[in-house]
Design a protein around this ligand. Sequence first.
Ligand code: BES
Ligand code: MN
Ligand code: ZN
Length: 488
Amino acid sequence: MKYSTTTITLAESRTDCLIANLKQCQQVARQHGAARFFETSTSDFDDKIGQTHLVNLGPSSPIKKMLVIGGLGASVTREDFSKAVKATATGLKSVKAKSALWALTGTRVKAEDVYWKASASLSALSNVLYSFNQHRQPGKNGDISLNTVALHADARTRGSVARAVRHGQGAKAGLDWARDLANQPPNVCNPSYLLKEARKLGRNPKVTVTSLDEKKMGELGMGAFMAVTRGSENPGRMIIVRYRGARNSSDAPVVLVGKGITFDTGGINLKSSGGMQDMKYDMCGAANVLGVTRAAVDARLAINLVTIVAAAENMPSGRATRPGDIVETLSGKTVEILNTDAEGRLVLCDALAYAARFKPKVLIDVATLTGAAIMALGAHASAVYANDDTLANALLEAGEASGDRGWRMPLWDEYQVGLKSQFADVSNIGKGGAGSIVAACFLGRFTEGQKWAHLDVAGTAFPGGPQNGATGRPLGMLFRFLIDQAEA
Ligand code: BES
Ligand code: MN
Ligand code: ZN
């Protein structure tokens, strides 16, 4: 999908599909001498938020079709605008059109600027216009025909719209890639596959991609990571992507860490079989930090970024870790592994300790870490943990602005108590409920001295069930956060 900006007047433009509010469509129809036809074909249209209506002006018209966005009067709230553009994007999916022109000028959004409006529209499009058909026979999958969308701007708004297009184009590339990685079946997407994919980022001269293999990780002392990967025939990898986009290459980087369990069987604490296939999505944290890295690189954000992916497969086998095993982590702390299904925090604790060597400005990890996060917040908000209020607020605000929301959770000392181990420095499971919080507290023991945030995205990264694939979340929130950091 190619996004662009145009300032040509709507009346003069040529497109397969004009997208605009009722009034604008009416006006353009009149200018094309199709006022009567437009009136009759929209006479039953309910001009409300969430409604859209397709008007076919015919193949010989310079504007072949019009998709009318319902409910967009002169001024609307941002919630209504978001709903309207989501409905519009969904409507557009089934319209046969190669090009579209989206008019942004007809509606003001209260307390938001043109950049926001353009970004919200592009983000709705990007989210909806995605499909994953790599493993079907080609042809009959209702592939999306649309390939260019121009946003209409005027002389005054052109700069803001162009900026939204640059960001939106990067976000789309990152989002599609992240969702593809996550939707791949687990016999394709293993740690080596993630490395092979991540290496593609290295085509940009500002990016370098390196990795640690199991031998190296063993030597470094990543005993927790090794405990997870040892049961699998597919070797684990720590993948490190460095993007040097800031004007000053020595600026402290934002460091992102992603949980990349390419399949989580639970290990010796084997999961029950119902729904186990969804555990291919246990690498969504990795996919989405890689995706946001791609977005930042493509949008040429002026920021230094280090992205670390802890990629492993959690399998039961004769070599697998046993409940009760004690391992020494990179940090020097020992962990008693009382449940091999609490593996995400094990690969992450070594990745987070490793991250310290990049001297992060802030350190943020993303993980489908606990079923408890789904219990707490469902699919509507990512659980946000942070040991720094400024960082927490910046992430929450980025979530609001992008429509990819988070909700802050506590890291109180009281929750740490359950992690006490009888035989080691810390246990990998807690007691007394609050599973998402306790898991976050575990990670917090490996990020002392860092400005650190943890996003538990078990509920938001994939909704579960047979119909829905990966969402790419929290890519929207993180990308907004990175843009804000780059432009601060
Ligand atoms: N990957 C799972 C968490 C998960 C479950 C994500 C369902 C998305 C959907 C994680 O590794 C896990 O198994 N967590 C356990 C932790 C428990 C053993 C302390 C959980 O949440 O039950
Ligand atoms: Mn698990
Ligand atoms: Zn897991």
